[in-house]
Structures are given as C-alpha cells and as structure tokens.
Design a binder for this molecule. Sequence first.
Ligand code: PXP
Length: 249
Amino acid sequence: MVRLHVNVDHVATVRQARRERFPCPVEWALACESAGADGITCHVRKDRRHMQDADLRELRRRIRTLLNLECSLDDEMVALALESGAEAFCLVPETRQEVTTEGGLDVRGERTRLARVIPQLAERGGLVSLFIDADLEQLAAAADSGAPFVELHTGRYANTRGDERQRELERLQRAASFARSRGLRVNAGHGLDYDNVAPIARLEGVEELNIGFAMVARAVFVGVDAAVVQMREAIEAALRPQRSSGATK
Ligand code: PXP
C-alpha cells in the first residue's frame, strides 16, 4: 500500500494570515491521523511564514504516526532538524520569494553540503530523502549521496494538462524506475489532488505520497475526516487491479 502523509503547513498559513492561535496545525494533524493518515509532514521555513518552532515541538510530542520534516540545507534549519526528533527528513531547496517549493534540489551542485548534512541527520535515526525533479542526472547524484530516499517533485505534472502532462508523467515513470535501479527508495509529492493522484500512486515502487494543499482545500467543504478518507480512497482505487472492459458477451 502507498502511504499517505499529510502536509500540515497550509493550516498554519491560514492561522498566520491573522497571527491567531487557530486553526492549529497540530490539531489538524491529529484529526488527519484519526481519519487514517499514515504520517504527518511539515516544513519550518527560515522566514517562519507558516509553521513555527513551537508547532514542530508540539507535533513531535503529540502525533502518533511518523513525523517527516522538510528542511533546507541552511545551517539554522539543519540545526532545528537535528533537534526535532523527526523520524524522516526531506531535504528541499528554499528561496525567500517563492510561494511554495518551486524546483527540486540541485543534488550535484549541493554535493558538499549534502555530504555533511545527510550523515548528521542519519545519525539522529532519521530516514533522509532528497526532493528532486524527475531528472536522471540529479537522480544519479542522489544515488551517490548516501540518502536512502528521493521524493520526486510532481509539481510540473500537476501544473500541466493534456499531452504535456502525459510527457511529465512519462518522465516521472522513467525517473522512478531509474531511481529504483540505483537502489533508491521513492516517494512523491507536490501539487497532488483528488483528480491527479492516481497515476502517481501507480509509479513503480512509490512508497509514500506527501499531500497538503488539496486536502486542506477539500476539508473546507467536507471536513477533515472526509478529506482524508476520500484521498485514501483515491489512492486505493488507483492501486486496484484494472478490469478489462472488453469482456461482455
Ligand atoms: N512535498 C514537498 C517536498 C513540499 O515542499 C510540499 C509543499 O509543502 C509538498 C510535498 C506538498 O505539496 P502540496 O501542498 O502542493 O500538496
């Protein structure tokens, strides 16, 4: 089964819009767990635009599934990650002006920092993944980096339509097989929603999907439980053996 990890940042974004104490991303995470999420993902950004350090500590204390922390290679953020007690770390690029994480990590360009940070995080018992585009050169560098996982960036797939989306899907399919042939384990995420998740859930060997925005948006109308249950159903339906349609009469 492909695991569903819910990214809780977007709940904190709503709270920070008013500098309020609600809605609380930790309460949201607990509700997602009760509804069947397999893990919780969050990203404390350097500018603290959504998740705060206290949220991270409270998440660690209260959630009962896995905590996956997205983290940039900035020294301050790595130090926070090392103290976080998270079970998994996803290393991501981060720039100040971006609305959300835009591209994948430049694993080749960041070789030196990665060689320092990956063993530090692994020493804390964390499974490290690198958030990267479906680019075979970057994947080859990821395989040499010592990180056990990659998270394939599905943002371009999500943002395109028609033939272009099909090409992006094929790139992701090639990337997933290539990653596995190099001994990497594969997760995926970014921009996934109820309508586009199925082909990504079917990527070869994909273990975990990290999904946030679409689920918060759905929950506004149907509530947290239904938002989680419906996403689980979309993933499970994608993995069911397909019936051939020509078998009548
Ligand atoms: N994975 C990574 C590495 C991300 O940075 C994000 C966005 O925070 C996600 C997954 C989830 O993306 P979305 O909120 O679009 O579902």
